[in-house]
Every structure is written in structure tokens, then in C-alpha cells.
Design a protein. Structure first.
Length: 293
């Protein structure tokens, strides 16, 4: 049974050999008793999120509000977490604390953007019916804009809460699929410039929802030429990382981070490092060596 991407596993050990029942599994050791039914709830593997390095009730509540798409409610909670962590940094400064503050600022900005989008009224007239090509293009851009933000929130809330929000997952998937399905199809068959990004965002979203087959299918729609485009490198790496393909993710990420020209400002690298796509790579020497401390 799949509940919010966490698996509920019922393990019945009826009439089992007591000696066998007392042995431990090789991974995640769970002692089992003969003649009893054991319920084991397994959450998603969220890796090592930056936001969990320094406990914060306010940040957890902000993430819970985001998971329910209550963007306005999340804003003061993120500000509270930032204030508390900043005060702590005056007496107990540390790199994990500085990164947590940066992460809270980032999530605050994304929630503000999502709140603004949710409060905007739909365009009037023919835009509602999508009869005009220009309006359809506008709708596609808006769907992609929101879908891009929602994919990031899906990852950050999963990291902070240890679960996938069904409502957030459904909305992110809906908006990105809407952007994909609204792609113009010119007679020459050329793809729109955003098509690869949309498929890679869908790959990441599906992977978070344990729909690995759908994720790989979305990635397969990205051509080799599009995968080689530097503009798509982070999306390619993120998709691979979320599918558990650590080596492939790191190889692609290295092409971005280690590129000497144009020069990469520290802020650019810090923003990459903050992304939850890399939580299952975080802490490994190969990944950490890419980013200045």
C-alpha cells in the first residue's frame, strides 16, 4: 500500500522458527517475534537535507503549510525560522546553520512567488477559452512557471517532513503536464525551447512520486542533443539523482560546476548546492568537493 510515497508493509511471521525470527535483516535491522504480525512503516529516502541539520519547529510548520499549499501561512513561519537561526548564529556560528538560513530564505522566496501566482486572476475574454495561439502560449508559460516552483516545493517539503504531499504532487504533475501538452506542433516538427526542461521537471516529479517508469519515459523524450545542451545539464543531473543514478548525476553535475568559462559566482554555486535534488548525494566526498566551503 502506498501512502504519500511512504510504504506500509505488513510482515506476518506466523509459525516462524523462533531462532530465525530473532535474526536481523541486513538492511534496517528490525527484530521480529514468532507468531505475531509486525507493522513496519517505511518513509521515503530523503538523504541528508540541509534543513534538518539544525532543528526548527517554525521551519517544520512552514514546510507543513507549503505541503498543504497554504503559501501565505508559510511566510511568517519561514521568517520566524530565519530569525531564530540568525540569533543562534551570533553565539554558535557554523556552516550547517548558515546553510539552513540560506535554505529558509530560498523557500520563503519560492512561497512568496507561489502565493502571488495563486492570487492572480485568470485572463479575461478569449484567453479563458484558449482560442488564440498567443493566449495558449501565455498559458503554457504560466503552467511551466508554476510547475517549476511546485517541483522545488515538492522536494523541499518531502525533505523537511519525510513524506510526499499528495496535494502538492498532484498539482505539480498537473501543471507540468499541462505545459507539456500545450506544446506547439509546427509543421516542421521542431520542438519548443522549453520542451526538454518540462520533460526533465516531469522526470523529477514522477521520481519523487515513486513513478519511476513514468520518470524514465519523460527523460526518454529528451533528445541526445538536448541532453548535451548546457542549459539542460542541471535538469539532467537532477533527474538522474532522484532516480538513484548517483554516478550519472555527478558526472553531469561536474560539467556544470567545474566549467571555468564563464566564471561561476559563489552565489550561483550556493544556489545549486541548496537544491534538494542532491540530498541523496550530499555528504559524499565527490559531491562535496564540487562546492567551496
Amino acid at each position: 500500500m502506498l501512502i504519500g510515497a511512504a510504504h506500509l508493509i505488513l510482515i506476518a511471521v506466523l509459525g516462524a522458527d523462533p531462532a530465525a525470527a530473532g535474526t536481523r535483516a541486513t538492511t534496517g535491522a528490525i527484530p521480529l517475534q514468532a507468531g505475531r504480525t509486525t507493522t513496519v512503516v517505511v518513509g521515503p529516502d530523503v538523504g541528508t537535507p540541509l534543513e534538518l541539520a539544525v532543528p526548527s519547529t517554525a521551519y517544520a510548520h512552514a514546510s507543513a503549510a507549503d505541503a498543504d499549499r497554504r503559501w501565505e501561512d508559510a511566510l511568517p513561519l519561514y521568517r520566524q525560522a530565519i530569525a531564530e537561526w540568525t540569533a543562534l548564529s551570533y553565539t554558535r556560528p557554523s556552516r550547517p546553520l548558515a546553510l539552513a538560513i540560506d535554505k529558509a530564505h530560498l523557500e520563503l522566496q519560492i512561497s512568496q512567488l507561489l502565493a502571488a501566482l495563486s492570487n492572480e486572476s485568470p485572463p479575461a475574454g478569449r484567453a479563458v477559452h484558449g482560442a488564440d495561439d498567443a493566449w495558449r502560449a501565455f498559458g503554457r508559460v504560466r503552467a511551466l512557471q508554476e510547475g517549476r516552483l511546485l517541483e522545488g516545493k515538492l522536494l523541499s517539503t518531502r525533505a523537511a517532513l519525510g513524506r510526499v504531499s499528495p496535494a502538492l504532487y498532484a498539482r505539480a504533475r498537473e501543471r507540468l503536464e499541462e505545459a507539456r501538452d500545450a506544446e506547439p506542433r509546427p509543421a516542421g516538427g521542431a520542438r519548443a525551447s522549453e520542451s526538454a526542461e518540462i520533460e526533465l521537471l516531469l522526470c523529477a516529479t514522477y521520481a519523487v512520486g515513486d513513478a519511476d517508469a513514468d520518470a524514465r519515459f519523460a527523460r526518454a523524450q529528451v533528445t541526445e542533443a538536448e541532453r548535451a545542451d548546457p542549459a539542460n545539464a542541471l535538469g539532467v543531473a537532477g533527474c538522474a539523482a532522484l532516480l538513484g543514478e548517483a554516478d550519472a548525476a555527478l558526472r553531469t553535475l561536474e560539467t556544470v560546476v567545474l566549467q571555468r568559462f564563464p566564471p561561476r559566482p559563489e552565489r550561483y554555486l550556493r544556489d545549486i548546492y541548496l537544491s534538494n535534488e542532491w540530498d541523496r548525494l550530499r555528504g559524499t566526498p565527490r559531491f562535496e568537493s564540487l562546492f567551496p566551503r
